[in-house]
Structure formats: C-alpha cells, structure tokens
Ligand binder design. Sequence first.
Ligand SMILES: O=C(CO)[C@H](O)[C@H](O)COP(=O)(O)O
Length: 224
Amino acid sequence: MKYELSPSILSADFARLGEEIKAVEQTGVNYLHIDVMDGMFVPSISFGFPIIKSIRKMSNMVFDVHLMVEQPERYIEETAASGADIITIHAEACKHPDRAIEQIHQLGKKAGIALNPSTSLHELDYLLEKVDMVLLMTVNPGFGNQKYIPYCTGKVKELRTMIEERGLQTDIEVDGGINAATIDAVLEAGANILVAGSAVFGKETAKNAEKYRKLLADYQENHK
Ligand SMILES: O=C(CO)[C@H](O)[C@H](O)COP(=O)(O)O
C-alpha cells in the first residue's frame, strides 16, 4: 500500500500561498489537499476555482480536492477543469452519489466519497466498489486545527476490514486533527492517506512536511 501525506492548504498563509505550496512540494510530498467550503454544508467559506486554477499552474502535485459543498454534482465539471486529480464528494451532501461518482470517472479523475464522523459506514454498502478513496472525517468538517475525535479510530479499522473482505485496494484518507499525537493510531487502524493542515503549515512548513513525509515513507518501508 502507498502512504501519502496530503497537506491541507486551509492552514496555509494565503498571502504566501505559492511559497507555502512550493515548500511542501520541494520536500517530495506528492499530494495537496484542497478544501472547497460553501458556507452551507459546512459553516465556513474557504475559496473556489480561481484559486485552484492559479495554483495548478505552479504545482505538479496530486490535487486532492475535497468538496465540502451541498449538491457537489453542480461543481464536478468545474472542479475537474480547474485541475483536480481526485474529486471527493460528501455522501451527506449528495442525493445521487452513484451518478456523481460516475461523472467524476467519466472526466478522467479519481473519485472519493467522504463521510462525517457520525455517518455510518453503511453509506458505503453499494458504493465501495465504485470509489478510489474513502475520506473519513476525523473532526466535524469546517475548520482547521480541531481535536481528533477518538471514536474515529475504530471506524477506520472497521472500514479497512470491510475493504479487505471485499478484496479491494481502496485508499482510506483521514482528515482532521492528524498530528504527532494521532498519526500512529490512524496508521495502525488502516488509513494510508493522511491530511494534515495545522501540523504542517505554519512557521516551519518545510520542516514539518519533511518530518511527516519521512515518517510515512518509513512506515511504508516497514509494512511491505
Ligand atoms: O477538512 C478540514 C477541516 O474541515 C481540513 O482538511 C483541515 O484543514 C484539517 O486541518 P487540521 O489538520 O488542522 O485538523
């Protein structure tokens, strides 16, 4: 399994966004987590497609776009056109997730389905075979720098078992409160793509990105 750090630019200094992204990219981190928030599905509003288009021009990282918006199907085409590589929609926000996932694949992008902490894994019963990634929120979505919700560890474990029992290779991404105190638990539970916002961006962005990149590379090396 491949382990990836996906630094969330929600915690970056937007006045120096290009520099911040370069700092993580230069350490060899492959993914970049991009949260689009609409002020409806989640309380806050982050940024939209003009920003994604601009940063696409200066970065070759895998753009891991997390649509925290109501009726995300309205924006799938624009997300793809902006330069996303992975498009993740929330099961709670979408009336026809099966159709939305198909649309993402038709546009040549990887599809992710996201679940809030208290949303049951049963939402995945008929979708798991269709997605490339499941994003499990490990905080209630909407803000960076929140505390990891401990019951999510069991949920990650349960999902990894479900994936293995079905003979799939689906990625599990965890998002929210991932830092030095929680990283071991989510890795041991079976997550392989780790979003980290406040643990990476800040005064020592490059140093933090390198620390977690290396930790994941070592973990991968020891779990072949
Ligand atoms: O989805 C999110 C919040 O809703 C974000 O990805 C958030 O940036 C994670 O931040 P942190 O690592 O600081 O918890």
